[in-house]
Design a protein around this ligand. Structure first.
Ligand SMILES: *Cc1c(COP(=O)(O)O)cnc(C)c1O
Length: 370
């Protein structure tokens, strides 16, 4: 057994994660897999997850920001890295010199790349907006983006390497329209003289369900973390496992009469006598307060309701439960083990699974197994 800390811990099963990636690699083949490790790999820890993803067959990593890419380079990771969210302070010189590919959606970014003073040309992937409107050049601005990039390429500042976009995943019909826009944009760029070495469009959703959107590689994120990108099938139905389990020990047990009860910032008003377990995890650790009232934990082998949530602790119904101080409750984890899932929490909190796992705060130690 892995030794767990006295308080809350996020136990991350790297073997389960690798199985997910292997399965997605098989799904996407012959397209390759880029693993998106943004938001500290959705709270799972960027470096261990990156290493596990590469071991399981991913061939590149998507890092959102250049700074995260530099961290991976410093840790010795040599595979292609792709960063696509840039601010005015982004260090494009360091990106170019550390071979971090840049997603580019605006002319100002191309100019900043050209002016960065890097000793080598930056590799850029031009982004067309296919409907998400979350950046990416509009069809109107696309020719100017392409022409500026080709001009700066001819001057040796950059290499026009890829074209890409991101799907909104609103519906299959929307994604089909976006795919058609993407194909047209690539044709327009080609007619302007661009020769792309790589094209990429799909994230988890289209990567699984829309083979024609896979192109050279799929940028898988949330599916690799055992969360379904679909409403009509859960992760288990897709053969994916949740690598992260959020667990915390029982601190004390309280046999209480009906009436109000409070312990610091956790308070309940009991209709009838009850036994409650105080568990060492709260919203300060990232547990979602909107889910309270519906959400459950696994405690003493049973699903039990959370009756109150504080910053560091929660009260859990422990009536007639075989449980002792020090036993661990699982807030969310693996469906295979009967634990509540991040997807269930998302439904209770009117949120998405990505947010449930990515919200677990840095103070919760990540413990790696497998
Ligand atoms: C987050 C993100 C991904 C991964 O998306 P999932 O839906 O989590 O698979 C891929 N590409 C880009 C540009 C992203 O921002």
């Amino acid at each position: 057994m892995t030794e767990l800390p006295n308080g809350a811990a996020a136990v991350i099963d790297l073997a389960a994660f690798r199985r997910n990636v292997e399965s997605l690699v098989a799904t996407a083949a012959p397209s390759e897999v880029m693993l998106a490790v943004k938001a500290n790999a959705y709270g799972h820890g960027m470096l261990p997850i990156s290493l596990a993803a590469l071991e399981a067959g991913a061939t590149s990593l998507g890092v959102l920001e250049v700074g995260a890419g530099l961290e991976l380079r410093e840790a010795g990771i040599t595979v292609p890295l792709f960063a696509w969210l840039h601010g005015t302070g982004t260090d494009f010189r360091a990106a170019a010199e550390n071979r971090i590919d840049l997603g580019v959606s605006a002319v100002w970014q191309l100019e900043a790349i050209a002016e960065s003073g890097a000793s080598v040309p930056a590799r850029v992937h031009l982004k067309i907006d296919t409907g998400l409107s979350r950046n990416g050049a509009s069809a109107e601005d696309w020719p100017e983006l392409v022409e500026t990039a080709l001009h700066l390429e001819s001057q040796g500042f950059l290499e026009v390497y890829g074209a890409w976009s991101h799907l909104a995943d609103a519906s299959v019909a929307d994604d089909e329209i976006a795919l058609a826009k993407f194909v047209v944009a690539v044709e327009v760029a080609t007619s302007l003289g661009a020769r792309f070495s790589t094209l990429h469009l799909a994230a988890s959703s289209a990567g699984i369900r829309m083979p024609e959107a896979r192109f050279d590689f799929v940028r898988f994120g949330i599916a690799a973390f055992g969360i379904s990108p679909f409403d009509d099938v859960d992760a288990q139905g897709l053969g994916l496992e949740a690598p992260m389990a959020l667990t915390a020990p029982v601190l004390s047990l309280h046999g209480l009469p009906a009436g109000p009860f409070h312990l610091g910032d956790v308070a309940v008003d009991l209709d009838e006598p009850a036994t409650l377990a105080l568990v060492a995890v709260g919203y300060g650790d990232g547990v979602q307060s909107p889910a309270i009232g519906r959400a459950e934990v696994l405690l003493g082998g049973e699903r039990r309701r959370i009756v109150a949530l504080g910053v560091d602790r929660m009260l859990v119904d422990a009536d007639d439960l075989e449980v002792a101080v020090g036993d661990r409750a699982v807030v969310f984890g693996s469906a295979e083990r009967g634990e509540p899932t991040a997807e269930e929490w998302a439904a209770h909190a009117d949120s998405i699974g990505d947010e449930i796992v990515a919200s677990i705060t840095p103070r919760v130690p990540r413990v790696y197994v497998g």
